[in-house]
Design a protein around this ligand. Sequence first.
Ligand code: SIN
Length: 290
Amino acid sequence: MLKEAESAWRTIRVDPEPSGFGAEITGLDLSRPLDKEQLAEVKAAWAAHAVVRFPDQPLSLEELEAFTLQIGAFGHDPFIKPMAGHPNVLELRREPDEKATNFGAGWHSDWSFQPQPPAGTILHAQVVPPVGGDTLFCDCARAYEALSPTMKRMLAALTAIHSAGRAYGTKGVFARETEARTMQIIVSEEADKTHPHPLVRTHPVTGRKALFVSPVYTVGIEGMTPKESAAVLGFLFQHMTQEGFVYRHRWAPNMLLMWDNRCTMHLAEGGYDGHLRVMHRTTVAGDTPV
Ligand code: SIN
């Protein structure tokens, strides 16, 4: 494990996961504005580890918004009604008696169907169930780096097609849902639109390349038949989600987690029927993937 706590960081403590993917950051109070050096170090640790957790950070909604704005401008969250009086905060809430599938249960990178998908997502734990409810992340940069040179050359030329349709479209999962759901989802024709992105994108901060596809939002590959797309994407999804590339995040109340949508996919696990789970979520605006 890197000895980051002793060496590299001056204003924060960073304890990376053994793989380097994921890290815990302590030594900060996120309810107050960070000074210039703290903020630069938080951003550097985030770039280095992609998924960073900050334990024990009780924050009001206003403090969560203020922290988000230190990282970057708010992203645009479509298809879900935001919290009253807080247009940039979503409440991910599942009641103990709710039967609908938990939100975010398939592998995805947030809003990747947008022309400029969010660079990051910030999730702040309010109520954590005693069992289940972990969030899994896969390291799409390491998954890319593990491919053969021949596969990398083939993928370099490809453009993936993204759409929100399977989830939020007029014939999508939410449109067909029969069980009641607390979160207010807005099914829309807008969701059925498609948007192209390079299948391999380069991270604007680290310069690392990463696979930028997901089972929820990637619906095909330009110039390929549906069967060809399914074969290539099926291989990639299986490759990306193998255990060696996955970090399992376990929640505690008041924990804040910030992940990089440019080089990760994530999946929210269920397994907590009978228990309340509540999270507050913001997104940070991103660039056009290249
Ligand atoms: C999501 O933002 O996709 C859901 C993550 C979670 O609830 O753990």
